[in-house]
Structure formats: C-alpha cells, structure tokens
Design a protein around this ligand. Structure first.
Ligand SMILES: *Cc1c(COP(=O)(O)O)cnc(C)c1O
Length: 348
C-alpha cells in the first residue's frame, strides 16, 4: 500500500525531469561566484519577484534569519504575527543571532492590521527598544495557508515605510498565493524590502530557498549567509532543481489547491469535524467530537495516511493536511473515506 503523505509539502520528491536537470547541471565554486547554474537561478528568482537581485540559501529559515540580520541592529525589535513561522518555528534565532527581540502582534486568523503596526512602532525615546523591522507571512502556514489580503499588506508597507522601517516578507509559499489569486508574484511582493520563498515545498525541490531584494541588500545577505556557514560550492546541482521548478512547477500548484478544496469538502461532510475552508494547499480541521488529533493521526498512520496535529501552538484537536505534487485526487478521496471510517470506529 502506497503511503499518502499529507504532513507537509516539504515531503515532495524530485520528479524525473528535475533529476535529469540536476544531473546535467553545469557547476562551479559558488563561494567564488563561479557557479553558472546558481547565477541563472538567482537571476530568474529576481525576475519573478521583480527585485534587483536574489540569493540561493539552503533553507527558508536561513533566508528569513539572514534578512533579519541585514535589516536590524542588536537591541531592536521585530514586529511579527503571533502564529508566524519566524516567531514560532525558528528557535528564537533572531534573538541568538541578530540580538533582536520579537514584538508579537495578535492577528485575526494570522493577519494583523496597519493600525496595529502603527500602534506597535516605538516612539524615538532613548530608553525604549526601537523597532527595526516588520515581517509578514504569505501564505500564512499555521493559519491554513491563508493569503494575506493585498490591500492590508499595502497599507502596512505604507505605515512602515512612512516611519522609515523596512518590511520583510516570509513568502515561503508566495507562489501558492499568486496562483490562487491569479496575480503575478512580483505584484504581490511589490514594495517589500526583502522576500524569502521556498523551492523545497510545493515547488518540489529537494533543498533550497531564495532571498530576494535590492542589489545592496543581497550583497550584505551574501556575507551573512557565509557567516552562518551557508556558503556552498558546486551547488548548481541543487540550483538546477530550483530552475526546473520555477519553469515547470508553478502553474501546477492550482491542482494542489483543487485537491485541498476537494479534501475540505469531503471532510466537512463527516460528522464531528469542523473544517476551515482552504484558500491554497493547506487544510486545517478540528475534531469537535471524537479522538484527539494525535490519536486520529495515529489511527490514520496505520491505514497508510500521514497527517500531523496542527502546529504553532494551535489546539490539540486540530489536524493539518497539506496537498502537493505527490498527492493525487484519488489519494484525497481515499483520505476522506479513511477519516470517516476511523472516526466512526473511534466512537464504538
Ligand atoms: C517552511 C517555512 C519556512 C522555513 O523553511 P525551512 O526551509 O523549513 O527552513 C519559513 N516560513 C514559512 C511560512 C514556512 O512554511
């Protein structure tokens, strides 16, 4: 029985076409700036984001943390949302590496307002921590792949820039937002001072993320990446996977969104479940009556379906299922049937 793995879109496996591109990649030493494939990937990423430059980094976490290090000075504050990845799942790295503290704003399902940001920016009193950066997350992972409303993002950019503050976008899944809205990613990230997006999630690469911004920002980011041990050598082998994904795996994200809708619709028919309507490829549902999330995940695992309790401090009765490249429509239908069976069985 083939396992249906809905824990995350990070579990995606490189396709045959991607592996062929990797095997054929022209490479050089990227620390010397001599890997042509990395150069091409960085140019392509910058083009797609509408920025001057881009940098290949080993992970999304490194991309976000390099951005924080470049934008801030020790002793400052970074405005983040309460359920954001940067605040919850990056091991307090902004504190240990950049010497800054998070200023946490509670969003409404992951989204805070320009008014909240305006109120949280510190006045220039010498005895107060000074705000150094604002971070947004689009799509919002812990809040079920929610798309950050463009008008609110623009209002926040205006407030922050008006106070001389940079804004970083954790756009790990920005292409999911772009495809779902039918708006080019460059349009969604216009005005941000830096953007990180992941190649290793729904785009299906084995490794890697891109950090995008101005030439000046990326030059400094390259230094910080090296300081973190992120200088890589013949890494064009991995960059080739990224280029392949940017050319072949963006539009197909629509299939993942369609499968997520189908999954949510099926789950919503099951007695005892409350399902968040998905906006992209992440479905979160709550077990209102029945076992805990951990128990249901355990039962599903025995039937060949992997899912995970929802993370980032959300409720112990919530489960997250993520659709991706290696999940077919039939897998979704089978998952709905198995969840229904296991919930019924758990009540007997
Ligand atoms: C996955 C993710 C990251 C970090 O990416 P890694 O490559 O796992 O370090 C950052 N932000 C969000 C929103 C993510 O979903």
């Amino acid at each position: 029985m083939a396992v249906i793995d809905l824990r995350s879109d990070t579990v995606t496996l490189p396709t045959a076409g991607m592996r062929a591109a990797m095997a054929a990649a022209e490479v050089g030493d990227d620390v010397y700036g001599e890997d042509p494939t990395v150069r091409r990937l960085e140019e392509r990423a910058a083009e797609l984001m509408g920025t001057e430059a881009a940098l290949f980094v080993p992970s999304g976490t490194m991309g976000n943390q390099v951005a924080i290090a470049v934008h801030t000075r020790p002793g400052q504050e970074v405005i983040v949302e309460a359920y954001s990845h940067i605040y919850n799942v990056e091991m307090a790295t902004m504190a240990r590496f950049s010497g800054v503290q998070p200023r946490v704003l509670a969003g409404e399902r992951g989204v805070f307002t320009a008014e909240q940001v305006a109120a949280a920016i510190r006045p220039p009193l010498y005895y107060l921590a000074q705000t150094g950066l604002v971070c947004l997350e689009n799509t919002h992972n812990a809040m079920g792949g929610r798309i950050w409303p463009l008008s609110e993002a623009r209002a926040i950019l205006e407030v922050a820039h008006g106070r001389g503050l940079p804004v970083h976008l954790d756009g790990a899944r920005i292409f999911n937002a772009a495809v779902a809205l039918g708006i080019p990613a460059a349009e969604l990230v216009r005005g941000f001072d830096s953007v990180m997006f992941c190649l290793s999630k729904g785009l299906g690469c084995p490794v890697g993320s891109m950090l995008c911004g101005s030439r000046e920002f990326i030059a400094e980011a390259r230094r910080v990446r090296k300081a973190l041990g992120g200088g890589m050598r013949q890494v064009g082998i991995l960059a080739a996977a990224g280029l392949y994904a940017l050319n072949h795996h963006i539009d197909r994200l629509a299939e993942d969104h369609e499968n997520a809708r189908l999954l949510a619709q099926g789950l919503a028919q099951i007695d005892g479940l409350s399902v968040w309507p998905p906006e992209t490829n992440i479905v979160i549902f709550e077990i209102v009556r029945g076992p805990t999330a951990a128990e249901l995940c355990q039962r599903l695992k025995q039937r060949g379906v992997l899912a995970a309790p929802a993370g980032a401090g959300t409720s112990p009765r919530q489960i997250r299922m993520v659709t991706h490249l290696n999940v077919a429509r039939a897998d979704v239908l089978r998952t709905v049937d198995l969840v229904a069976e296991e919930l019924r069985a758990s009540r007997m």
